[in-house]
Design a protein around this ligand. Sequence first.
Ligand SMILES: [Zn+2]
Length: 182
Amino acid sequence: MVKEEKEDSSLFDELMAKNILVSTDKNYLILFKNISISMYGARAWAFTLQQIALKKGEKYIFDLGYLMGKDSAEEVNETFKKLGVFLSKEIKKITSIIEATGFGITEITSYIPKKRVELKIIKNPILEFGKELYGEKSDICLFYAGVYSGFISNFLDLKDCKLAIKECISKGDKNCSFYYEK
Ligand SMILES: [Zn+2]
C-alpha cells in the first residue's frame, strides 16, 4: 500500500517537473497550461449533452434534465426525511440544494408563489464549456432548464414548473437565466 502511494506521488512529481501539470495556487491544478484538471468531467458532460440534444432533439434534452432534477430533488427529500429534517419552501434553500447536488451555483431573482419564478446561473462550468465548444449552437441550457424545473417543482410552490430560457451566455448574454409564469 505504502509503495503504491509512493509511485503515484512520483508520477505526480514527474508531471509537475515536466511542466505538464502546473499548480497555479494551493488547490488548483492546470493540465497542459490550459484546462483545469478538475474541469475534465465538465468538458465531457458538455460534449455528451450536446450530442444527446443533436440526436434526440430539444424536447428530449429538456425532459432528460427534468428527470434528473426531479430525481435529485426527491433523493434530497428522502435523505432529509430520514434525518427528521423538515425543509421549508424557502428560495435560499433550493439554490443551496442545487449547488450541493452538483448542478451549479444559481440565484432565484424573482419568485411569486403559485405564479412566477426567475432563476439566474452564477456559475456552471458545463455551460461555460458548451459556449466554448459550440458557441450559439449550444443546446446545453435546455438540459439545465429541465434540471432546474425539476428542482423548483419539488421545492417551491410552483407545481409542474417548466422553465424557458430568457438569456444565455452562448448567445452573448452575461448570464444564463430562465423564467416560468403560470
Ligand atoms: Zn445558457
